[in-house]
Design a protein around this ligand. Structure first.
Ligand code: SF4
Length: 289
């Protein structure tokens, strides 16, 4: 019997809110790989490989920018090309769909996404040197909040005068984001665990930069004490519901009785679609262009 869920991250939240079955396979089972009953958990759809790769190359770009190394368009393109080909081999070589990914299309899609991001006003301020004091972070650091382990670090932090700015990038956003402001405010929890950051919400501005329908958007949030409180409640509630699902899952021991997503698009990119009951029912939806 595995332990109660005590970890929270945005990725977990998104998977949980979209599909209980996918969440359970990914986070509540330890023996999927051993049984081989489901498709390889390392598998990623070609589209997801493009998103992962674009994000990785953006961080390489940021790292070099921080060291005053400037990339040309050609450097961006060749690094992205290399990253997509490597990641396709790493995550997509066990191809469950029997369709060869269109590498050129993925590369040009990722390149366009990255180029428009570099023209985004806030990112432009970094590359032009207008923002001088900044750092970037990987979301691997965990913050302890009560009994929870929370992955909530910002991607970029910068300072102007006496204000701190926390920025999170989302390389593929969902259309509906009803809790976007609170999700963004989780970055404040990260700042609380950082000794160099002030302890006052009023000292921060929070940004979400996200890609949706071919464009990058920016959301700016001025946090308050109340918002921080609501953010903490959101985390508590999420983890509570994850544990309710966990209890149900261990009681029934049947993954295929769990609620499924209503979106065929979400299934297209799911690593666990082999043997999923929805796949047979929605064959027509899957075949839509
Ligand atoms: S294929 Fe769709 S319904 Fe099945 S687990 Fe994946 S996301 Fe959920």
């Amino acid at each position: 019997m595995s332990n109660y869920v005590s970890e929270w991250s945005l990725t977990r939240r998104k998977v949980f809110t979209n599909c209980a079955r996918r969440f359970s396979i990914k986070y509540l089972t330890n023996n999927i790989q051993k049984t081989g009953e489901y498709s390889a958990p390392r598998w990623r759809s070609p589209y997801d490989v493009m998103i992962i790769s674009t994000r990785e190359v953006f961080f390489q770009w940021l790292k070099d920018l921080h060291n005053n190394v400037i990339w040309t368009g050609k450097t961006i393109y060749s690094n992205l090309r290399f990253k997509i080909i490597t990641n396709l081999y790493k995550f997509n070589s066990q191809n469950t769909e029997g369709i060869k990914p269109d590498k050129d299309r993925l590369i040009s899609n990722g390149y366009a996404r990255l180029k428009t991001l570099l023209r985004q006003p806030l990112i432009r301020k970094l590359s032009s040197g207008e923002i001088r004091e900044w750092s970037f972070h990987e979301r691997t650091g965990v913050v302890t909040f009560g009994h929870l382990q929370v992955y909530c670090s910002p991607d970029i932090v910068f300072r102007t005068a006496n204000k701190w700015h926390l920025v999170r990038l989302n390389f593929q956003s969902e259309c509906k984001q009803p809790y976007l402001d609170l999700e963004l405010c989780t970055m404040l929890l990260w700042s609380k665990g950082n000794q160099y950051m002030p302890n006052l919400e009023s000292k921060f501005t929070i940004y979400g930069i996200f890609f949706l329908d071919g464009k990058w958007y920016q959301r700016r949030v001025i946090p308050s004490q109340r918002m921080l409180q609501e953010t903490k409640q959101l985390l508590e509630k999420d983890v509570h519901h994850m544990n309710v699902l966990r209890d149900y899952f261990y009681r029934t021991s049947n993954i295929d009785t769990l609620p499924l997503t209503k979106s065929p698009m979400y299934c297209k990119r799911c690593p666990y679609k082999t043997n999923c009951p929805v796949f047979g029912d929605r064959q027509d939806d899957f075949n839509k262009p």
